[in-house]
Each structure stands twice: as structure tokens, then as C-alpha cells.
Design a protein. Structure first.
Length: 287
């Protein structure tokens, strides 16, 4: 009898210990898994992502700021909690491998060096900036914590020339649609110049014909397009006197900070107001 009681007592203790261990493991998994991702997304991001199920979320920016890539990275963080995402960057498709290799890496100095060689071209264009390097570092961190992030460069080699830019814009949309077909379980989050994100035709400008932007060529009903808003500051741009930090006027009125849908501007479905902006310098050279 005593031996039986001792045996049952031992088994009970073992079961309690196993349950306790499993609970601890689950808690640890929660802390380090997707539900434990620490995001600093714009106000309203979680609500927009939860209440809307469109496939393509297009974020129109002005190139050359620190804040736009940073805010986009935190939106990616929030979206990754809900499922797989494809991240579209406004660079040629042949740079996709360099981007994905780094995001999948351990983030080491060697991995970062290879990214610098493979993606950044040392020009003054805003997509070759320190802010974009920081964005890739953020995505690598998110991937290391379990986020399902797949990269795509989607710009076309098609030359715009003197004719309409519409064929070029169609090609951009086509690359995104092919990425969606390859990843049917994923949302497509895209960071792009805000003209490409418009949902209305761009008018003629002098001798330059008007055109239908990229966002207009994506499947109807599957797109949410957001225009950037900010309270002014500087951006790294090129002007008549050269390239560097140039002043940019306040473009925030009448919006509050955050990500939101609004019908105040028919060219977009909403805005992402990132507050004050500062110029991000170019980084990296090809060797």
C-alpha cells in the first residue's frame, strides 16, 4: 500500500512538474514569439491592419528622410503579428536576393557588409540612405524573432522616355501581382514614392504627358494606399546647388499623427503622418 501511495505521489509530482514546465515553455514562447514582438508603430496601425483585409498596402513617401523608413519598419512589425508579409522596396528586382539574404541572416558584420555591397550604390538617392540600412536591420531583427518576411524589389528596367509613364507604372504593379501570386498567404506592404501610390491619374506637366500611377493597376478592391504627411523639416535631396539636407514644408494639416483612413483626399485611401522629418544621408559604396 505504502509503495503504491509513494508511486502515485511520485507520478503526480512528475505530472505537475511537466505541466509547470510546459506552461513555462509556453510563456517563454509567447515572450519571444510573434505575440511578443515589440513594435513602435504609428497610432492607429493595429486598428487599420485588423479592420481591413486588403492584400496590397501601399505607403507613399518622399525619399531621403530618417523617419519614413523607420515608421514603415514598425508597421511591418505590427503586420507580422497577423501573418506572412511580402515587403516591396522601390528597387530593381535583381536586388531581391541581396535584401532577402540579409533579412534571413544572423545580422553579423559580414552579412551587413554583403548587404552594403549588394544593395547600396553610394548615390544621393534617398533609397541608398542610412535610414534604409536601419530598415533592413530592423527587418532582420523581426525575422530572427519569428516574423515571416519575404522581400521583393519591383522596379522595372523599362525606359520611360518621352512618352507616357503608364507602361512603366503597369510594370511595377505587375511585379507586385506576381509576388502576390507566389505568396498567396501574404499581405504585400510596399514603400514607394508617393506619386506611384496615387489612385488617380497624374496630370500633364508641361510637355510631359499624364499617366496612371502604379496603384491604379493593382486589383480593384484589394488596395489601400496611404500618402505621407509630416510636420516639416529636412530631407536629403538634390537641387540646383547640389545634394544634401534641404528644407521641406509642413504637409500635416489637417491630420493628426498616425496611420488612418480618410476621404479628405480622393487620390489616396488614407495618410500616414510621421511628424517632424530629418534628412538621412547616403551610405555605402559598391567595391
Amino acid at each position: 500500500m505504502m509503495r503504491s501511495l509513494l508511486r502515485n505521489s511520485f507520478l503526480g509530482a512528475a505530472c505537475l512538474s511537466a505541466v509547470s514546465f510546459m506552461a513555462s515553455a509556453q510563456d517563454a514562447s509567447t515572450e519571444t514569439g510573434l505575440t511578443g514582438l515589440k513594435c513602435n508603430a504609428l497610432t492607429g496601425t493595429e486598428q487599420v491592419l485588423t479592420e481591413n483585409n486588403e492584400t496590397y498596402l501601399i505607403f507613399g513617401e518622399i525619399h531621403g528622410t530618417r523617419e519614413a523608413p523607420r515608421a514603415f519598419g514598425e508597421i511591418i512589425c505590427e503586420a507580422a503579428k497577423q501573418g506572412p508579409i511580402v515587403v516591396g522596396i522601390e528597387r530593381p528586382a535583381n536586388l531581391t536576393r541581396a535584401m532577402q539574404t540579409f533579412v534571413d541572416s544572423d545580422g553579423s558584420d559580414d552579412a551587413r557588409f554583403n548587404l552594403l555591397r549588394g544593395f547600396f550604390d553610394g548615390t544621393d538617392w534617398g533609397l541608398s540612405s542610412q535610414a534604409f540600412l536601419d530598415l533592413f536591420v530592423r527587418m532582420q531583427e523581426l525575422k530572427a524573432h519569428g516574423a515571416d518576411i519575404r522581400m521583393i524589389g519591383f522596379t522595372s528596367t523599362r525606359i520611360v522616355g518621352e512618352g507616357s509613364q503608364t507602361p512603366y507604372e503597369k510594370a511595377l504593379a505587375g511585379e507586385l501581382q506576381r509576388a502576390s501570386a507566389r505568396n498567396p498567404d501574404a499581405r504585400i506592404l510596399v514603400l514607394v514614392g508617393n506619386l506611384h501610390a496615387r489612385l488617380e491619374s497624374y496630370p500633364e506637366l508641361g510637355d510631359r504627358p499624364g499617366f496612371d500611377p502604379m496603384a491604379m493597376h493593382l486589383p480593384e478592391g484589394e488596395v489601400l494606399s496611404f500618402n505621407i504627411a509630416h510636420t516639416g523639416g529636412t530631407a536629403h535631396m538634390c537641387g540646383a546647388e547640389g545634394c544634401g539636407p534641404l528644407p521641406v514644408d509642413d504637409k500635416s494639416r489637417p491630420y493628426e499623427d498616425g496611420l488612418m483612413l480618410t476621404d479628405r483626399d480622393s487620390r489616396y485611401n488614407g495618410i500616414w503622418n510621421i511628424g517632424p522629418i530629418t534628412a538621412s544621408p547616403p551610405v555605402g559604396k559598391r567595391y
